[in-house]
Ligand binder design. Structure first.
Ligand SMILES: *Cc1c(COP(=O)(O)O)cnc(C)c1O
Length: 856
């Protein structure tokens, strides 16, 4: 038989006059979090809305003309349409509050936020996991708060892969092209022509076009290289997120960092703060140095000028999250760019070198090219200080400039509409009280039965959703009908209200998805207790190159198919943001068992808590701050010095103990009302303590306060007067670096061993300055109280030692400068005193940024 050629034809509707602004709504990512806008589309044609995976642009191309016309005639619909438009207009018209405008002048300040992935919505799949969703949430909150803010990323034609899991538990990765007309973006034009930026690559220029996405008040610019001027190979550079090999990766990062900075210049935007969100975008530092050098600065001065206005955020201690490129690859790829710019390869390479090895680390580049740095939770901040300590080699890790801001999630995106409506009734102003912890006490005033009925309704929706997903997945895999029935039977009987524990996130090995299976017999007994059954639901993608991650999927798949566990262990394919919203708002317990301290923050547990689920998690990442003893359950990680196998066993036992002795009994302690009072109490405690602290508005305001504002000020200071301070700092640092190796401290006068409580003691040291001036350094004494073992040692208190010009010429100091002071011992009893010297200049962003320090 002859196969006919098939042509696809899309008959597009004309949007009726009365509904023209639907198009505007479809072109603003505002619709990714506004339930009202989404419900409008669903109302026009629910089946199509589901079929196009909640993609408003696609919906408006495919919807039948008569549906639109009916809607345009339907009074109820029109009034809803007008209500939603007026709330959209009110959102766009809202001015930022004084807490923003007093910190960032809306007329002059501008934050530029660069990231390799952005997760706004499932219909815009240019994200792989937590990092992308976080970046999306950051932009959404920046819009909500009215920050002067612009974001830059890449448009991947195929984005991240679609996952299927076959009958053998094998992950199959499928890529699907997304056409720009199906996405909420539009091509940026200048003078009637599409805007192009180009980046010098070896032997050629790589061109990129630029897309604009509206996110309420802010704009996101996305570059892609799929343009005619490029070779066929170059057109595919931005095909896939985290695809290809290291050549693809470095090329993408050049387009993002260098091309991205060029886009902002081409648009006439002059950011006052540059936020490099993870190492992928760190090449922007080079491009900004190039721009400053074109204005006549030296490389060193250009770096000082730019770094002072730059923040670098690191998101993971796991090596796979840090790009490390071989020297030759970097040299080859940057050669043409550097030749054009006048930057020297060795100086550039130095910025990315780690103490060990001849490779180029994008994290190191990000850190050396910025003066503000942070990790994403308190625990992770500490870990990152240690890991990246070699940037500041002589400074104790505890004191280096690495700070932290704990991640938060965008409440309107992740809070189920059912909760949102309940809050509207109980506390109508809740949307403007997202950072007010006291306000959230109102949760306790919600009647328990009402609270539980919302949870139960959401859980039922999740159950239906899981059943649909499982059926689709298993029909395709050829699983028998009776088997699928067994798989879903715990979920289809709402009257039983079986406890559901969820675990969904990327299948990276450090997240230990299979930890809970460490003692299978015990787990099986727990899950299948006929009186108190439990269902475990898993979902997640493993990177296509991560074989051990894919092995985890296979293990869970096999367990889910075992007759004994069937229906109690469920594995869903193709985890994305839509599935995340379903699971996170429907489960009773959200499980997280990372290998401490590798979960930098984690955010899915925060999303679960907003929706009343209780966290059961290893005390790592955000949970280290979020857990208060009453709002969930914690597993204490064992010391990292112990063997991993042993830690896994111990932590797994704690996990099963908690489930068996606390969680299941509490959940099933139902009185006649049909739910557990104790559970509701705990769930409320979780919701009210976590929502106002771990949301993205709190996070973004922390960024404003601790980084965006100081970096803006520092940038202004460095740039003033033709960059006078940046030039001075660069020269000063060069001089200090040359002489520092010869700087030393020695005792001038022994410190008294005892004194009376109110007696001052004198401190005096000789500093061999090796050619530096006394003004170039700070000499200080750190006093710490004696540790008692049970408490942290108080202190240190710091005392500055002054150099005394009169004693400078004293012959017996051997050419050294005397620094001295008198101090009153700050603590009673025993205390320890340590004295040190480090280079100091008042123009520094952080007093220890040079990483140089000598102790007595
Ligand atoms: C929140 C979210 C994540 C991050 O989950 P973690 O548990 O923090 O790793 C990943 N994927 C999606 C789709 C999410 O919504």
């Amino acid at each position: 038989m002859h196969n006919a050629t098939e042509f696809k034809l899309e008959a597009r509707p004309t949007i009726p006059e009365a509904l023209t602004r639907l198009d505007e709504l479809a072109n603003d990512l505002f619709c990714s979090w506004d339930h009202g806008v989404r419900s409008l589309f669903a109302r026009i044609d629910l089946r199509l809305w589901q079929k196009v995976a909640h993609n408003p642009k696609l919906f408006l191309r495919r919807v039948a003309q008569n549906r639109l016309e009916e809607a345009a005639e339907d009074r109820a619909f029109l009034s809803e349409y007008r209500r939603i438009l007026s709330s959209y207009d009110a959102y766009l018209d809202a001015e930022p509050g004084p807490e923003v405008t007093t910190r960032l002048d809306p007329d002059t300040a501008l934050v530029a936020y660069f990231c390799a992935e952005f997760g706004f919505h499932e219909s815009f799949p240019i994200y792989s996991g937590g990092l992308g969703i976080l970046a999306g949430d950051h932009c959404k909150a920046a819009s909500d708060l009215g920050l002067p803010f612009v974001a830059v990323g890449l448009l991947y034609q195929q984005g991240y892969f679609i996952q299927t899991i076959d009958a053998q538990g094998q992950q199959i990765a499928r890529y699907q092209s997304h056409y720009s007309h199906e996405l909420p973006i539009s091509l940026v034009e200048q003078e009637g022509e599409p805007l192009r930026v180009s980046v010098p690559f070896p032997g050629r220029l790589v061109h990129a076009r630029v897309w604009e996405a509206r996110v309420g008040h802010i704009r996101l610019y996305l570059l892609d290289t799929h343009v005619e001027e490029n070779t066929v190979g170059d057109r595919e550079l931005t095909l896939q997120l985290y695809g290809g090999d290291e050549t693809t990766r470095i090329s993408q990062e050049m387009v993002l960092g260098i091309g991205g900075a060029r886009v902002l210049s081409a648009l006439g935007l002059c950011p006052t703060v540059w936020h490099i969100n993870e190492g992928h975008a760190a090449f922007l530092i080079l491009e900004r140095c190039r721009q400053a050098m074109a204005d006549g600065l030296s490389f060193e001065a250009a770096l000082e000028l730019n770094a002072g206005a730059t923040l670098f955020t690191t998101h993971t201690p796991v090596p796979a999250g840090h790009d490390i490129f071989p020297r030759a690859l970097v040299q080859h790829h940057l050669a043409a760019y550097l030749a054009e710019t006048g930057l020297e390869f060795e100086s550039v390479f130095q910025l990315g070198s780690k103490s060990s090895g001849d490779s180029f680390n994008m994290t190191s580049l990000g850190l050396r090219g910025s003066r503000f740095h942070n990790g994403v939770s308190r625990i992770h901040g500490g870990v990152a200080s240690g890991m990246e300590g070699d940037i500041w080699p002589q400074v104790p890790a505890r004191e280096n400039p690495m700070g932290f801001i704990t991640n938060g999630v965008h409440v309107p995106t992740f809070l189920a509409p059912e909760w949102s409506s309940l809050f509207d009734i109980q506390a109508p102003t809740w949307k403007s009280e997202l950072r007010n912890t006291e306000f959230w006490e109102f949760i306790d005033r919600i009647p328990d039965y009402h609270y539980w009925s919302v949870h139960k309704a959401l859980k039922q929706q999740m159950g239906d959703y899981i059943v649909r997903c499982l059926k689709r997945q298993h029909r395709r895999n050829g699983t028998g009908h009776s088997v699928t029935e067994r798989m879903t039977r715990q979920l289809v009987s709402p009257e039983k209200d079986t406890m559901v524990i969820g675990f969904a996130r990327r299948f990276a090995t450090y997240k230990r998805a299979t930890l809970i299976f460490s003692d299978l017999d015990r787990l099986e007994r727990l899950l299948t207790d006929p009186e108190r059954p439990v269902v475990l639901v898993f979902a997640g993608k493993a990177h296509p190159k991560d074989k051990p991650g894919q092995q985890l999927i296979r293990v869970i798949h096999d367990l889910s198919m075992q007759p004994a566990l069937m229906g109690h262990v469920i594995l869903l394919e193709d985890y994305d943001q839509a599935m995340a919203r379903r699971l996170l708002s429907g489960v009773d317990v959200w499980l997280n068992t990372p290998e401490y301290p590798k979960e930098a923050s984690g955010t899915s547990g925060e999303k679960a808590a907003l929706n009343g689920a209780l966290n059961l998690s290893v005390l790592d990442g955000w949970w280290g701050e979020g857990y208060n003893g009453k709002n969930g359950w914690a597993i204490n990680p064992r010391s990292t010095e112990l063997d991993l196998e042993f830690r896994n066993q111990e932590e797994a036992r704690d996990l099963l103990d908690l489930i068996e002795f606390e969680i299941v009994p509490l959940y099933y302690n139902r009185a006649s009302q049909g739910y557990s009072k104790g559970w509701v109490q705990r769930s409320k405690a979780s919701m009210k303590t976590i929502t106002p602290r771990f949301n993205s508005q709190r996070m973004v305001m922390d960024y404003v306060e601790r980084y965006y504002r100081p970096a803006t000020m520092q940038g202004i200071k460095l740039a003033a007067d033709s960059s006078r301070l940046a030039i001075e700092l660069a020269e000063w640092k060069q001089r200090v670096r040359q002489d520092w190796a010869g700087v030393s401290l020695s005792v001038n006068q022994c410190v008294a061993a005892t004194c009376l409580h109110d007696e001052e003691i004198s401190l005096s040291v000789n500093v061999q300055l090796n050619g530096l001036w006394p003004e170039d350094v700070r000499v200080e004494c750190l006093v710490t109280a004696e540790c008692t073992g049970t408490h942290d040692c108080p202190g240190p208190d710091r005392f500055l030692l002054q150099h005394n010009t009169a004693t400078n010429t004293d012959a017996d100091t051997g050419g050294a400068t005397v620094f001295s002071t008198r101090i009153l011992p700050p603590y009673p009893g025993l205390q320890s005193l340590r004295i040190r010297v480090y280079p100091y200049h008042q123009g520094l962003t952080h007093p220890l940024e040079m990483g140089a320090m000598v102790w007595l």
